[in-house]
Design a protein around this ligand. Structure first.
Ligand code: CU
Length: 119
């Protein structure tokens, strides 16, 4: 998991974007099943689809990372959405986020700190 960052929305908006890269150095496929944090009501994983010349966001139920590869979540591609802050979240803060994942039949979670950036 590298370069985790949360980008605040413009004033008056509630939903922040999140980016990071999921790496898999193991020999078994890694399945990212979801993320959670006390700082937001929920976190969704999204992808962008082209639809009739428009970019539309679609929620992903999971993200799989093949052995030896990584999947980057970045602007204009797959990304996270942090929905409804549970308190004030400001640039310069960091937010602890639990990443829930499965490797084969085993599930686990890992805590990652997202740096909060202004838009
Ligand atoms: Cu989105």
């Amino acid at each position: 998991m590298s370069d985790p960052r949360l980008v605040l929305p413009p004033p008056g908006r509630d939903t922040a974007a999140g980016y990071l890269s999921f790496g898999n150095q193991g020999g078994t496929p890694l399945l990212i099943q979801g993320l959670s944090t006390a700082a937001y009501e929920r976190v969704e994983m999204h992808t962008m689809d082209h639809e009739g010349g428009m970019m539309r966001m679609r929620e992903l139920p999971s993200i799989s990372v093949p052995p030896g590869e990584s999947v980057a979540l970045e602007p204009h591609g797959k990304h996270l959405m942090f929905i409804t802050p549970q308190g004030s979240v400001e640039a310069g803060d960091s937010v602890e986020v639990q990443i829930h994942y499965a490797v084969g039949d085993a599930t686990a979670q890992k805590t990652v700190r997202f740096a909060v950036e202004a838009r």
